[in-house]
Design a protein around this ligand. Sequence first.
Ligand code: AMP
Length: 136
Amino acid sequence: MSDCIFCKIAQGEIPANKIYEDEKYLAFLDINPVNPGHTLVIPKEHYEYFLDTPDELVCGMSALAKKIGKALVKSGKAEGFTASVNNGRASGQIVFHVHFHVMPRNFSDNLKPWRQLKYKDGEAEEVAKAIKDKLI
Ligand code: AMP
């Protein structure tokens, strides 16, 4: 897509610190890392959302995220990592070309990526049913 920043990176039109590249996928450093080594994994083909992306590409992205995470830990740049996807504005997605974040984590980084609520009586069953009913 002509005005997509990640398409431009994939096509070499704007620079990035590339970690891995093949015919279908690219991994490069996030410009504003959570920790040094924070890497984005994208398919070269443009899809806005994770939910739009064909399963075959999701599998390839996921395998590449795993490969990057392994290398991050082996490099000594991280003690662990968090891999995640934002799908939609409500989740914090700001670049509308599907991507996995592979974020280096360390025992001392004090990052708390999500809160931990408690369910009220009966609420978990109701929520589980609502989701189950929409599985296809
Ligand atoms: P998200 O909130 O999941 O859409 O994340 C988009 C990510 O892309 C953010 O973490 C940005 O820091 C990162 N980003 C935006 N522009 C660039 C760029 N030109 N090069 C590398 N990373 C970028």
